[in-house]
Design a protein around this ligand. Structure first.
Ligand SMILES: C[S@@+](CC[C@H](N)C(=O)[O-])C[C@H]1O[C@@H](n2cnc3c(N)ncnc32)[C@H](O)[C@@H]1O
Length: 283
């Protein structure tokens, strides 16, 4: 495996994914009973934006950095950006040098009774996660295949919660098939769990079989949000990305319809960014 998330930390896809992740966790927190957050592909948990990898690609400049320089930040993006800013509170010049991955964002939202389980395969990323969360007894770090781990982890004892599936997509079509197989068995074990799957869009036609899969396999209440920054006419570049949410929280479609135009406006490049929210399987 060659993938290192440090090259992409804070890029437009992270902004999209992490803003939605925060909305999903906040929706779980509308009930007082504890929940469990499971991150099948956790990454390092935190990234140094002054490091070699992020600066080699510069992807964060057209991602989280856009929010920093925006004249006025839309209210829908505040919860996300406030968490990023909080992590950088020690920077006297207001620069962003640290970027939180999904585990750190989730941790900042957990209550005392909530719990998180993080799965990651690479040694360096696991070491980083263990260091970050060593003192937090609510968080378990597992060096194991996140897909395989779900069989043992589900359903969680809390019977409420969220699974984030955010793989590297090194082999795009194979990854979609792995996700489908994983959701099939995970959903059978835990039909009320919320499952959020991030996916890249190079050419839209390659994503359609994955989107159709949910209705065909009897998965219910499945919502999709997509952000396209460029036309999908090149198979080589990341033109956009999407998130599929199984068992989407109540009125999450409306929440997304407020967030997505703001994301599109802040992250747009040369041409207008497009967004789309749709129920793949209705409520
Ligand atoms: C896109 S990154 C995750 C980013 C993270 N979720 C975030 O939002 O900050 C994907 C991660 O999955 C890890 N990975 C790849 N295959 C895996 C597997 N089968 N199980 C667990 N982790 C895996 C990679 O090492 C990489 O760190």
């Amino acid at each position: 495996m060659n993938y290192r998330h440090a090259f992409h930390a804070g890029n437009f896809a992270d902004v999209f994914k992490h803003a939605i992740l925060i909305g999903l966790i906040e929706a779980l927190k509308t009930k007082s009973t504890p929940f469990c957050y499971i991150d099948t592909h956790a990454g390092a948990g935190e990234y140094d934006l002054r490091g070699l990898e992020p600066n080699k690609t510069g992807e964060f400049v057209d991602g989280v950095q856009r929010l920093l320089i925006a004249d006025s930040l839309p209210a829908s993006l505040r919860p996300y950006f406030d968490l990023v800013r909080a992590l950088n509170a020690d920077d006297a010049n207001g620069h962003l040098h640290r970027y939180p991955g999904s585990p750190l964002l989730a941790r900042s939202l957990l209550r005392d009774t909530d719990r998180a389980v993080l799965c990651e395969l690479q040694d360096d990323e696991v070491a980083s996660l263990k260091k970050l969360f060593a003192a937090d007894t609510r968080i378990g770090v597992h060096q194991r295949d996140g897909y395989a781990a779900l069989a043992a982890l589900l359903p969680p004892k809390e019977r409420r919660g969220l699974v984030l599936i955010d793989p590297p997509f090194e082999a795009q079509r194979d990854e979609f098939r792995s996700i489908e197989a994983t959701i099939k068995s995970a959903y059978a074990r835990w039909p009320t769990g919320v499952f959020a799957v991030w996916y890249p869009i190079k050419q839209h036609q390659h994503v359609l079989p994955f989107q159709r899969w949910f209705a065909r396999h009897g998965v219910k209440k499945t919502l999709m949000a997509e952000l396209m920054l460029q036309p999908d006419d090149s198979p080589l570049r990341l033109n956009g990305c999407g998130m599929v949410i199984v068992n989407a929280p109540w009125q999450f479609d409306r929440w997304l319809e407020k967030l997505m135009p703001d994301l599109a406006q802040v992250l747009a490049r040369e041409s207008r960014a497009e967004w789309h929210v749709e129920w793949l399987v209705p409520e």
